[in-house]
Each structure stands twice: as C-alpha cells, then as structure tokens.
Design a protein around this ligand. Structure first.
Ligand code: DC
Length: 232
C-alpha cells in the first residue's frame, strides 16, 4: 500500500513525491529527469507503465478495445517495477522493457489501454508503492490529481501543439500527439487535467535549462527546501 493517500501523514512520511503532469511531448519527462538529477531523487516514468501493459496486450494479439480480454491479460501479467540508478524500470513476465515501448503500434494503442479502469487502478497502486522505497519525481497524466493528490509539489507542463508535434518528429517517432491528448483528456477515468494546486509551466519557448530553473522556482514557491545537488 502506498503512502500517498494518507494525507495527515504526508508531512511526516520519510519520502516525498514531486508530481508532474502534462500532455504528450510537452517536455515533462525531460524536466522530470533533470529535476531528479538535481535533487537526487528517482525519476518515475508512469507512461512507461501504461506503455508496457499495452505492449504486452499487443504482443498477445489482443484487441486493445476488447475490455474483457485486456483485463484478463492484465490479471495474468507479472509486472515488476523497479529502479536502475535514478530511473524507474518496468519488466513484464521477466522481460525488461525499454525501446519497444516507444514504437508506433504502442503509440497508437496506449490511450485505449490506459482508459481501462482496471489497468489504471493496478498501475496507480504500483506507482504509489514507489514512495515506500524512495523520494521521487513522477511524471504522467494523473499524478497530481489521482496518484499523489496530497503532495504539495505539483507542476503541469504544457506546450503548444505545434511545438509538441515538432518535438516528436525531431525524435523520429510517429505519434499523433493531438489524437492521444484528446483521448487522454476526454476519458472517464482520471482524465488529464490541471489538478488542484498544480502550477502550469508553459514549456513552448523554454530551453531545457530554463525550463528546469522554472520548475525549481515553482517547487520552491510550493515549499520545497530539498537540497539542490547543483548537477546539471
Ligand atoms: O507519457 P507518455 O506519452 O509516455 O504516456 C503514454 C500514454 O500513457 C498516454 O498517452 C496516456 C497514458 N498515461 C496515463 O494515462 N496516465 C499516466 N499517468 C501516464 C500515461
């Protein structure tokens, strides 16, 4: 059981969470990664967890729209979340997943699998479990609103659709960010929203360095006094 829902205990918990949400290709992963390095925390990529379940569903030949089959497959999966250095890792049925999570097929199917309530409740639990082991920066779509609603440290990273689409094509990835955002924002369970207490960081015109500084300013305004290691 994660600690995040124990609101009265949060301030006394040994570990804390910095929560970052935002649409696809807004730059939230890059900001989260740099923040984690600067602050000496683990960076948890929650999108990779939804991608991993989606990858497995596709590998099993299951139609991502077949709710019953997706849930059955989910229940049979052995999902192992861990860390390697300062980063989260995910393995399913003993296979550590990385590059395969960013392929076009997963991009096209992930919003449908991520809309399945049973998938969300299992992965939210695994996300909260990280806090038992370490302080962290976690990025995703519902981290501020659902996973760690009681953390004071909440940022919503945004960027214009043009900038986000350009970012994806520069990465050489086929990903319709607009379609994915629409699906992620309109689903019934845990849609992408600017959560209560989250401060919006518009990352359309920032460099990585200035975005990280802007994020640190926001976190300080939210009361973060964690030691800054000063690493770039
Ligand atoms: O961050 P990303 O683009 O890798 O996320 C992939 C998909 O996973 C995204 O389109 C929606 C889903 N997701 C989610 O529903 N909730 C999260 N906390 C993180 C990702």
């Amino acid at each position: 059981m994660g600690l995040s829902q124990q609101a009265p205990h949060f301030a006394n918990a040994p570990h804390f969470a910095i929560a970052i949400d935002g649409p696809a290709a807004s730059g939230k992963s890059t900001i989260a990664k740099h923040l984690a390095r600067r602050l000496g925390l683990v960076m948890v990529n929650s999108g990779a967890m939804y991608r991993a379940v989606t990858w497995k569903v596709l590998e099993l030949g299951i139609n991502p729209d077949d709710h019953t089959a997706v849930v059955q497959a989910l229940q049979a999966m052995n999902i192992e979340c861990g860390t390697a250095g300062n980063f989260s890792t995910i393995a399913i049925d003993g296979r550590l997943l990385d590059e395969e999570l960013r392929g076009t097929e997963v991009n096209l199917a992930v919003s449908r699998v991520a809309a399945v309530p049973e998938v969300r409740s299992l992965l939210v639990q695994l996300q909260r479990d990280y806090l038992q082991h370490t302080s962290l920066v976690m990025e995703g779509r519902d981290i501020c609103s659902v996973v760690f609603p009681d953390t004071p440290f909440k940022i919503y990273v945004d960027a214009s659709e043009e900038v986000r689409a350009a970012r994806r094509s520069a990465e050489g990835v086929t990903d319709s960010v607009a379609a994915r955002d629409k699906a992620d924002s309109n689903r019934t369970t845990a849609p992408l929203i600017v959560a209560d207490g989250a401060i919006v960081l518009d990352n359309s015109d920032h460099t990585v360095a200035s975005a990280v500084e802007a994020a640190l300013d926001i976190l300080r305004s939210q009361g973060l006094s964690h030691e800054d290691s000063g690493d770039a």
